[in-house]
Design a protein around this ligand. Structure first.
Ligand code: G3P
Ligand code: MG
Length: 264
């Protein structure tokens, strides 16, 4: 396989559907983002893929959490990377959303692997600023874990940090990888040029950045496009008309309904 070209070896081989429905931070409209509750709800809503964000704890364990700091989405305070994994897993990670979720904790990466028995695939987003304290590059640690857990063909790795993605592909040619478009640093190059530079098969951008030219450039170069920020049926309808390959949404049930309506 030529690098940078999506074929049936990527995570997409696990479903024939297009577009695939990707639950952003789980079903994060209905449960606190990046929690097991949100992931279980995504599976119940029949999302094909779960997107979630990873960072490292002080003792170099992968934890599932979006922000650098704990405040917005947990009862904790300060930087995630200042706490050991054990300490992070004791923090109430759900009350900020609703008292019904007060028992949610910060998941470790390992906690999510068992969910793939429900035929859901994983979109693991490495936050761009993550660095290990043991000197081993974070992308190397991640690929090693996925290989050991036999998750390489059930996962894709994505990041705003395209250097990380390039190193992921260098370490393991077959793992599916996606670059996330950053309008501030990436605007000079086309989606396919950016993807080729990182050897990625997937180009990921927001609903505000996608148009026919972007989709054509991606498809003409044998790549796939996922779009995030899709929050209404109108948004989803636009994505279907644009012929995107994956729709990333906080509400996978809404996306599924929109697809059904569109196909009728
Ligand atoms: O996969 C795209 C999306 O997750 C990127 O933005 O901030 O929600 O992680 P963010
Ligand atoms: Mg993300």
């Amino acid at each position: 396989m030529e690098h940078g070209v999506a074929d049936d070896k990527t995570v997409l081989h696990l479903t024939n559907e297009k577009p695939i429905i990707i639950a952003h931070r789980g079903f994060s409209d209905e449960a606190p983002e990046n929690t097991m509750a949100a992931f279980h709800k995504a599976i119940s809503a029949k999302a094909h893929m779960i997107e979630f964000d990873v960072r490292l704890s002080a003792d170099d364990e992968f934890v599932i959490f979006h922000d650098k700091k704990l405040e917005r989405t947990s009862e904790g305070k300060g930087l995630v990377k200042k706490y050991a994994a054990k300490e992070l897993t004791r923090i109430d990670n759900g009350s900020w959303f609703s008292s019904r979720f007060s028992r949610e904790r910060i998941p470790l990466l390992h906690n999510i692997f068992a969910l793939t028995k429900h035929n859901v695939t994983l979109n693991i987003e490495i936050k761009p600023d993550v660095e290990s304290s043991n000197g081993i590059p974070v992308e190397e640690m991640l690929v090693e874990i996925l290989a050991k857990e036999r998750m390489l063909h059930r996962s894709m790795i994505s990041s705003f940090n395209h250097k990380m993605i390039k190193r992921v592909k260098h370490l393991h040619h077959e793992i599916a990888a996606g670059i996330i478009y950053n309008p501030i640093t990436n605007f000079r190059r086309s989606p396919s040029q950016l993807a080729a530079a990182a050897r990625a098969e997937f180009f990921i951008c927001s609903k505000y950045q996608v148009n026919h030219d972007v989709v054509n450039d991606v498809h003409e170069n044998g790549l796939k496009i996922f779009v995030y920020g899709v929050s209404t049926e109108r948004d989803a309808g636009r994505m279907l008309r644009l012929d995107v390959d994956g729709i990333i949404s906080n509400n996978p049930a809404l996306v599924r309904r929109a697809i059904e309506v569109y196909r009728r």
